[in-house]
Design a protein around this ligand. Structure first.
Ligand code: CA
Length: 228
């Protein structure tokens, strides 16, 4: 397998140096751009497998770069945000970014996010009928859920919620994306629905609902199903 091409759009020199050192060269070929314009140009001339996009760029806002990129590319995008950029981060996810890392982040977290992004890109065309994480199994064809051999009875909403998050395992899904997909476009602000249903879903599938193993909370952003 040739190394996956990673395009890093980031003006911060220490972060670029950190990524250069963190990404094993045999697995990843890193290209760097220090402005939004240059990043878009590079993405167009030699399409990357994953884009790491800083939200605070000197020329064009990261969010704007993302929107322009999304006009013609579905490449996975992981946004890099600073603390205090929570709103920008959520806006970027809602505008089509796939995931995020908050600075400062560690090597393990970075590599895990890249692996998930690459996996979702390659599995997008091959949907799986059965999704499984440890002994939790969701059969999309039969619309049934099991823990081991025990069937778990979910309401249609709970099933939709779990299936959405499991299909995106390892990836963050924002409140807005969940509300839109599970409840429909008119209920995107009703985050209390989501909290209530998430609590009952956790009671049904988690061993310790207060310390969830499968359904993780991303504070202020949304939820993430444990990486399968
Ligand atoms: Ca920056």
């Amino acid at each position: 397998m040739p190394p996956a091409r990673i395009l890093l759009i980031e003006d911060d020199v220490p972060i670029r140096r950190f990524l250069r050192a963190a990404l094993p060269a045999e697995l990843y070929a890193l290209e760097e751009a220090d402005t939004g314009q240059q990043g878009l140009r590079t993405a167009a001339t030699s399409p990357p497998d994953v884009v790491l996009l800083d939200l605070g760029l000197p020329d064009v806002e990261g969010l704007e770069v993302l929107k322009r990129l999304r006009e013609w590319s579905s490449v996975p995008v992981i946004v890099l945000s600073a603390r205090g950029q929570e709103r920008d981060k959520v806006a970027a996810l809602d505008a089509g970014a796939d995931d995020y890392l908050t600075k400062p982040f560690g090597v393990e977290e970075l590599l895990a996010r890249i692996r998930v992004a690459l996996r979702h890109r390659s599995s997008a065309s091959a949907p799986q009928a059965v999704l499984q994480c440890e002994d939790l199994k969701l059969d999309q064809e039969a619309r049934r859920v099991y823990r081991g051999s025990r069937e778990i009875h979910l309401t249609p909403i709970e099933y939709k919620l779990l299936s959405l998050l499991m299909r995106n395992a390892g990836k963050v899904v924002t409140h807005r994306q969940i509300l839109k997909e599970v409840w429909g476009p008119h209920d995107i602000h009703e985050t209390h629905y989501l909290r209530v249903f998430m609590a009952t879903l956790r009671r049904k599938i988690e061993d310790e609902p207060a310390r969830p193993r499968f359904l993780l909370t991303e504070t202020g952003v949304g939820y993430r199903f444990h990486d399968i």
